[in-house]
Design a binder for this molecule. Structure first.
Ligand code: PLP
Ligand code: SF4
Length: 338
């Protein structure tokens, strides 16, 4: 229904800001909306104090009413499991805060690609997030700091790709992103802008025409890498956002995290790939969990991850099988497991 009033509202440039300001921030509101009790789902207010609960209504509306095991709910719900002691889990599992940060806001770990921390916040707080303890305050790039971060890129002729990351880079507003991307495109050796974002999934109204224009200045190609973990995250609104990204001529990829209780079976993973492809996105990475404090209840043994991936290879054409990878501190690329 491309011309219906609803989709016009979705396209408006102010609607996403209203939705972002209006996210659910407390367990009672969330559980009440879903007809669930805190006891049924193991909700913990104490777990929210370390990393607050945060989820857009648009995403909540895709959760099943009355289902304590809903895979979308499980990704955002703060539970008592987060407070349990888990050996081998730490605050900085990928070694980002330690040394990889060349200067405020830049992560230059891999050759040819540099990751720019555009914004510290996200529209959603995913409980398994490996950056849930990341020191954003000492690594923040505000608009005025971007110039300094980009001097670093300009001085390194082997950097061909700038990855806008965060947090979620698309919580930054359009004028800021217009400036940033225009400046990046002016750096002669940069060929690609890549955007790592979950906003097209959790708050698809963010994908406006103005945003897409901002992200595709002349002279560079743009790659969108979105983040969905379950087919049910992809509803009509997300499908329309994907279509706008594709209509803008961009490449559209998805990365997922393998999560116990959310997507740890072959049928669920196969359906995710099928649904992504039906909407024009290709599966890129399937990450095993980074061992971050508070996320141990999402972890799976590596043997299980390998078995799931082997099953997926049998169930799907090769181009629908995401690469199973782990982020290992100090390595020169993602580490393939399969
Ligand atoms: C994952 C990651 C990248 C991108 O890696 P690709 O394999 O190109 O997707 C770049 N920089 C950092 C710091 C990363 O963690
Ligand atoms: S959107 Fe990404 S960066 Fe933000 S909380 Fe979720 S996993 Fe972490």
């Amino acid at each position: 229904m491309p011309n219906s009033p609803t989709s016009l509202t979705l396209h408006s440039g102010t609607d996403w800001k209203r939705q972002l300001a209006d996210v659910v921030r407390d367990g009672d509101t969330l559980l009440c909306a879903l007809g669930l009790t805190p006891e049924q789902v193991g909700f913990s207010a104490a777990a929210c104090r370390g990393f607050r609960l945060k989820v857009p209504w648009d995403f909540v509306r895709r959760m099943r009413h009355g289902d304590p095991d809903d895979p979308l709910l499980r990704q955002v719900l703060a539970t008592g499991d987060e407070l349990l002691d888990a050996p081998g889990f730490g605050d900085d599992p990928t070694g980002e805060a330690e040394g990889a940060v060349a200067r405020a806001g830049i992560l230059h770990k891999y050759r040819g690609r540099v990751l720019l921390v555009v914004a510290g916040g996200c529209a959603v707080n995913c409980r398994y997030c490996f950056r849930r303890h990341f020191p954003y305050d000492s690594n923040r790039v505000g608009r005025k700091d971007w110039a300094q971060a980009l001097d670093y890129v300009a001085a390194a002729p082997d950097i061909h790709e700038v990855i806008l990351s965060g947090g979620d880079p698309l919580v930054a507003d359009d004028p800021a992103l217009e400036d940033l991307c225009a400046t990046i495109a002016d750096i002669h050796h940069v060929r690609r802008i890549r955007v790592h974002t979950r906003l097209p999934i959790v708050l698809p109204a963010r994908v406006t025409d103005r945003l897409l224009a901002a992200l595709s200045p002349a002279g560079v190609q743009t790659v969108f890498v979105v983040h969905a973990n379950h087919a049910r995250e992809i509803d009509d609104g997300v499908g329309q956002a994907f279509q706008r990204i594709l209509d803008a001529g961009m490449t559209l990829l998805n990365q997922s995290v393998l999560l116990a209780g959310v997507n740890d079976d072959i049928d669920t993973l196969a359906e995710l790939s099928e649904t992504l492809f039906a909407h024009g996105a290709l599966p890129y990475y399937l990450h095993v969990l980074d061992r971050v404090t508070g996320a141990a209840h999402f972890d799976l043994p590596e043997s299980r991850a390998l078995a799931l991936h082997a099953g997926l290879r049998k169930a799907l054409p090769g181009y629908l099988v995401p690469r199973l990878v782990r982020e290992v501190a100090g390595e020169a690329s993602k580490t393939p497991l399969a």
